[in-house]
Design a protein around this ligand. Structure first.
Ligand code: KG4
Ligand code: ZN
Length: 355
């Protein structure tokens, strides 16, 4: 029985979790900063570091209490080493080092993207067959990897500009829906007619498995400029200032048909961009299943569209799709077994790569 304490602070969530043997989530605590960053329409790095400093001690304490474990029960401390915001990563890494050194525990640095993949491997354990194709789509990343049974990763494609979640966040900001944009646009998309607005799919030169979302974002901007809708956008922004968490009905009341159609069309193109690359790889290479993770994996449209894939697609439960520390502890378990440990020289790496 090996309990690993995981710590995650790479972006705007301070998270700690205790996971047993890489598979049973004994606790998973996430303190989100969306209320802090919401009014700026995106994450402000300096504010994020400050909020992590505030949250890290109580969040770790809560994770330990909820799991009913003591420091003596832990087999290791795992922490996200990158990629992410350096100032944010440093808070988690410094705290993990302090625990590891005082308690004489092994320290394990984990790649955040590998963590996202492990959110699925942990939950769908026994069902995921290898080689698997992994799509990680979040606010910071949009990557396609091959994954072997011995957990070796091969990079097949990645975004050349915005990440898929970043595209959601920027389009939501443009339309006056606040941050984060994915959840609200996903909720509104079924209320529009996606065919009402023709939006372009990206044409890639070079690696056709790379992604690009900047053309789509610009097309949305041009569409907004072509409409007389500034008053409508301002009404949503004003409403959001007075009511930080509008309900779906409130958003619908503030969103006329043309905007609903544009949201539906935007969501359809994002899903197409993601799934047609997955389909292209599967047609060409022998993958037994697809593992889809990262914040965008919460997307209901994507989850239902993935049913068209010719191999099984596995998603994490929504709470483990967005940033969390259970995925970090789960990813650390095989490293502990293999003796792949870090030491107190572990550094935050903004651009840490997985493959
Ligand atoms: O994995 P995550 O929590 O953080 C990063 O590693 O970036 O992902 C957050 C991103 C945000 O961009 C958010 O808008 C997006 O995931 N997201 C969604 C949905 N829920 C969260 N995007 C589309 N549909 C959703 N339902
Ligand atoms: Zn993430």
């Amino acid at each position: 029985m090996a309990f690993i304490l995981g710590i995650e602070s790479s972006c705007d969530e301070t998270a700690a979790a205790v996971v047993e043997d890489g598979r049973r989530v004994a606790s998973s605590v996430v303190s989100s900063q969306t209320d802090v960053h919401g009014k700026y329409g995106g994450v402000v790095p300096e504010l994020a570091s400050r909020e992590h400093l505030r949250a890290i001690v109580p969040v770790v304490r809560e994770a330990m209490e909820q799991a009913s474990v003591t420091w003596d029960n832990l087999a290791a401390v795992a922490v996200t080493a990158g990629p992410g915001l350096v100032g944010s990563l440093l808070v988690g890494i410094t705290y993990a080092k302090a625990i590891a050194s005082v308690r004489r525990l092994p320290l394990i640095g984990v790649n955040h993207i590998e963590g996202h993949i492990h959110a699925v491997l942990m939950e769908a354990r026994g069902q995921v067959e290898f080689p698997a194709l992994a799509l990680v789509a979040s606010g910071g990343h949009t990557h396609l990897f091959s994954v072997t049974g011995s957990l070796e990763y091969g990079l097949l494609g990645k975004t050349r500009d915005d990440a898929a979640g970043e595209a959601y966040d920027k389009v939501a900001k443009l339309l006056g829906f606040g941050y984060p944009g994915g959840p609200v646009l996903d909720q509104l998309a079924p209320f529009g007619d996606a065919s009402a607005l023709p939006l372009p799919l990206a044409r890639m030169k070079g690696n056709a498995l790379d992604f690009s979302f900047s053309g789509l974002k610009t097309a949305m901007l041009r569409w907004v400029e072509s409409q007389d809708m500034q008053a409508e956008i301002n009404a949503r922004r004003d409403f959001l200032r007075a009511h930080p968490r509008p309900t779906l009905d409130e958003w619908l009341a503030l969103t006329p048909v043309p905007a609903r159609n544009a949201i539906a069309a935007f969501q359809r193109v994002v899903i197409e961009e993601l799934l047609r690359r997955v389909e292209a790889v599967i047609a060409d290479q022998d993958f037994r299943c697809v593992v889809i993770s990262g914040g965008v994996a919460c997307n209901r449209g994507l989850r239902s569209a993935a049913g068209r894939l010719p191999v099984p697609a596995f998603f994490p439960t929504p709470g483990l799709s967005t940033d969390n520390a259970a995925m970090i502890a789960a990813a650390a378990f095989p490293k502990l077994a293999r003796g792949e440990l870090s030491d107190l020289t572990l550094r935050a790496k903004a651009n840490l790569t997985l493959a």
